[in-house]
Design a protein around this ligand. Structure first.
Ligand code: NAG
Ligand code: NAG
Length: 546
C-alpha cells in the first residue's frame, strides 16, 4: 500500500504535538504504565484532583516519620503518635501534574481513614479522621501556595470511615463512619445530626458498612449501599423511600470487604437533556467472614462478581456479571470515554493492613454499553502491588494517577513482602495509544465564566482525522475524592448535542451542547469537559457549573 506523502509531515507534526500532551507514546491496545516518582514522600492514601491541575494527597499523622519534611523546618508534637512524638515529617503533599513535582503541605491532626469533597468553589472540604482528628474539618483551596486550614470540633460526632458527597444545593452530606449510624451536613446547620438506622442494620461481625457507597440520583434522592443492601433515601425528610433487593451472593461490598461502586455515565439525551435512566455498578469485595479468616491467617479468594441495577425502576433487580478475575480493594473509575476502569487491589484476603494477598496488578475495563459477555477487557499489568490504602484518580490529560499501599500499621519500607509504598505511577488507558493519534480531539475553547444550567454552550475543538468523522460526544466528569477503593463524587455526564457539528476550517469544528439541566444531575462545582471522538477523549478543560 502506498502511503500518501502528504500525510507524513502531518503525522510527525501531530506526534510531537501529542507527545507534549501525554508522556509515553505506545501502540499497545492494553494501555501502558509509567513511574512518575519513586517517592512522593508519603503513601497516597487519599487523593483529590483540584481544578488547578494539582492533586492533593495525604496519609495519616500518627505512624512515624514519612519520607518528606514539613515545609520551612516545622515540627509537630503529637502525644498520639504510635511511633514518635516529635515529628518533623509531612503527611500531605501536593502533586503538580505539569511539572511532575511535589510540595509538602501541613496537616496537624490525624486524617487516617477520613473523607472529603470539593465544594461548589473548588475548595476541598475534608472531614474527620482518627483521635485528635476525628471531629476536625480541614479545607484547602485551589491555588499555587495554598496550605491546609484546620477547624477542630467542627463535626457533630467523630467521623472515621465516613463518606462525603456534594448535594444539589452545594451542601456536603457526611454519612456514617465507625459506630456512627447517622449523618450530618457541611456547612453545619441546626440541628445537624440525623439518625440513619439502615447503617446499624447493615453492620455485621466485621462491620462491612463503612465508607458507604453514596450516589446522587437525577431526582435528587440518594442511593445508599452498605454491606449487601441498598436504599433510596430522602436526606431532607430523613426517611428511607424504598429498599431495593439485596445484592445476590451475600458477599459484603463495603469496608473492610471492600468492593467499589460507580454511578454509570448519565446520558442527557431527552427533552431539555433531562431524561435519564441511571444505573449503578458495584464490583468486587470478599466473601462473608473474610476479615475474621484473614486475622487467623487464611486469605479467602476475593469476589469476582459485579452487580448492576436501575435504582429508579420500581421493579429494580440486580443483574450479576463475572469479572475476568476476583478483586478486593479495587478502585472503580469513570473514564472520559464512558468506560469504567477497575484498578488496584488483591485476589485474596480483605481490606486492612497485612490482610491482602495475591495482588491483582492487571486493570480491567468494563464497557457498559457493550452486550453482556463482551464488556470486560484485561489490560497490561503494573509492576507494583497496590493493596490496602492505595488510590487512583483520573486527571485531565486522560491518564490515571495511581499511588499508595501501606499494608502495615507504621511506615515500613524494607524487609516486607508488601512494603509501605511511596511511589506514584500513571496508567495510560488504551485510548492514549498512538494508534488513536489522529482521532484525538483537542478543545480550543476556554471557559472563564461558569456554565449556567440548561443553557446552550459552544465547544470548539481541533481534530486532525483525515478519515470521515466518527461519533462526537461532549462529556463532563466530576473529579473524585478517592480513598479506600471508593471514588466519592465521581459522575460522568454525556451532554445533549443541540444541532449539527459545524466545520469552521480544515481541522476545526464547533458543536453546541446543552449544559446539564439542573443541579440534581450536576451539583454545582468544577467538572472536566472532554470532547470524545470515536471513543477517544480530548484532554479535559475545567468548567464550573453554577
Ligand atoms: C525517600 O526519598 C529519597 C529521595 O527523596 C529516595 O531516594 C528514597 O528511595 C525514598 N525512600 C523510600 C523508602 O521510598
Ligand atoms: C487464594 O484463595 C485460593 C482459593 O481459596 C487459594 O487456593 C489460594 O491459596 C489463596 N492464595 C493465597 C495467596 O492465600
Amino acid at each position: 500500500m502506498k502511503f500518501p506523502a502528504i500525510l507524513l509531515p502531518l503525522l510527525l507534526f501531530f506526534l510531537c504535538f501529542w507527545r507534549s500532551e501525554s508522556q509515553t507514546p505506545f501502540l499497545d491496545g492494553g494501555g501502558a504504565w509509567e513511574v512518575l516518582q519513586q517517592s512522593i514522600g508519603i503513601s497516597a492514601m487519599h487523593m483529590q484532583l483540584m481544578p488547578n491541575d494539582k492533586v492533593v494527597m495525604f496519609d495519616r499523622t500518627d505512624f512515624g516519620s514519612s519520607n518528606i519534611s514539613l515545609p520551612s523546618g516545622q515540627c509537630r508534637t503529637d502525644p498520639h503518635q504510635e511511633a514518635l512524638t516529635h515529628d518533623c515529617s509531612a503527611h500531605s503533599v501536593e502533586y503538580t501534574i505539569a511539572t511532575n513535582s511535589i510540595r509538602p503541605l501541613t496537616i496537624q491532626t490525624d486524617t487516617w481513614c477520613s473523607s472529603g469533597s470539593l465544594d461548589r468553589n473548588g475548595q476541598l472540604i475534608q472531614t474527620g479522621g482518627f483521635r485528635d482528628g476525628d471531629r476536625v474539618v480541614r479545607t484547602i483551596s485551589s491555588c499555587d501556595a495554598c496550605d491546609w486550614t484546620e477547624y477542630p470540633e467542627n463535626l457533630a460526632v467523630r467521623r472515621w470511615y465516613a463518606t462525603d458527597l456534594i448535594l444539589p444545593d452545594g451542601r456536603i452530606i457526611i454519612v456514617g463512619g465507625r459506630r456512627q449510624y447517622n449523618y450530618e451536613f457541611y456547612p453545619q446547620q441546626n440541628p445537624n445530626l440525623f439518625e440513619l438506622g439502615f447503617l446499624r442494620e447493615t453492620s455485621d461481625q466485621d462491620e462491612n458498612n463503612l465508607y458507604p457507597f453514596l450516589h446522587l440520583l437525577p431526582d435528587g434522592t440518594l442511593f445508599i449501599f452498605t454491606n449487601t443492601r441498598a436504599v433510596l433515601f430522602d436526606y431532607n425528610g430523613n426517611r428511607v423511600l424504598r429498599e431495593l433487593p439485596a445484592i445476590p451472593g451475600g458477599e459484603p461490598r463495603n469496608y473492610p470487604s471492600s468492593g467499589s461502586s460507580v454511578l454509570l455515565p448519565l446520558t442527557l439525551t431527552g427533552e431539555a437533556g433531562q431524561e435519564t435512566d441511571p444505573e449503578i455498578l458495584l464490583c468486587g469485595g470478599a466473601p462473608f467472614g473474610s476479615f475474621d479468616k484473614a486475622v487467623q491467617g487464611e486469605f479467602l479468594e476475593a469476589s469476582s462478581t459485579c452487580g448492576r441495577i436501575r435504582p429508579m425502576d420500581p421493579q429494580a433487580q440486580w443483574a450479576m456479571e463475572t469479572m475476568p478475575m476476583g478483586r478486593v480493594m479495587g478502585d472503580m473509575l469513570l473514564l472520559p470515554n464512558g468506560e469504567v476502569l477497575i484498578i488496584n487491589g488483591a485476589g485474596n484476603g480483605t481490606a486492612g493492613w497485612e490482610f491482602g494477598r495475591n495482588p491483582v496488578k492487571t486493570p480491567v475495563i468494563y464497557s457498559p454499553s457493550l452486550p453482556l459477555g463482551q464488556r470486560f477487557q484485561v489490560l497490561n499489568p503494573s509492576s507494583t502491588p497496590r493493596l490496602y490504602h492505595s488510590t487512583a484518580t483520573v486527571i485531565p490529560d486522560g491518564r490515571v494517577l495511581v499511588g499508595g499501599s501501606n499494608p502495615h500499621t507504621l511506615y515500613q519500607f524494607y524487609n516486607q513482602e508488601f512494603p509501605t509504598d511511596l511511589s506514584l505511577e500513571a496508567f495510560l488507558p488504551p485510548y492514549l495509544s498512538m494508534q488513536h493519534l489522529t482521532r484525538r480531539p483537542r478543545i480550543v475553547s476556554s471557559y472563564t465564566q461558569p456554565l449556567s444550567y440548561a443553557q446552550p454552550t459552544e465547544v470548539m475543538y481541533f481534530l486532525a482525522d483525515p478519515l470521515p468523522m466518527g461519533e462526537i460526544t461532549v462529556r463532563l466528569l466530576a473529579p473524585s475524592f478517592t480513598t479506600h477503593s471508593f471514588g466519592m463524587n465521581q459522575r460522568l455526564l454525556t451532554l445533549k448535542v443541540a444541532g449539527e457539528v459545524v466545520q469552521l476550517s480544515l481541522f476545526t469544528y464547533r458543536v453546541t451542547v446543552l449544559a446539564p439541566p439542573n443541579p440534581n444531575i450536576a451539583p454545582p462545582g468544577y467538572y472536566m469537559m472532554f470532547v470524545v471522538h470515536s471513543g477517544v477523549p480530548s484532554a479535559g478543560v475545567w468548567v464550573q457549573m453554577q
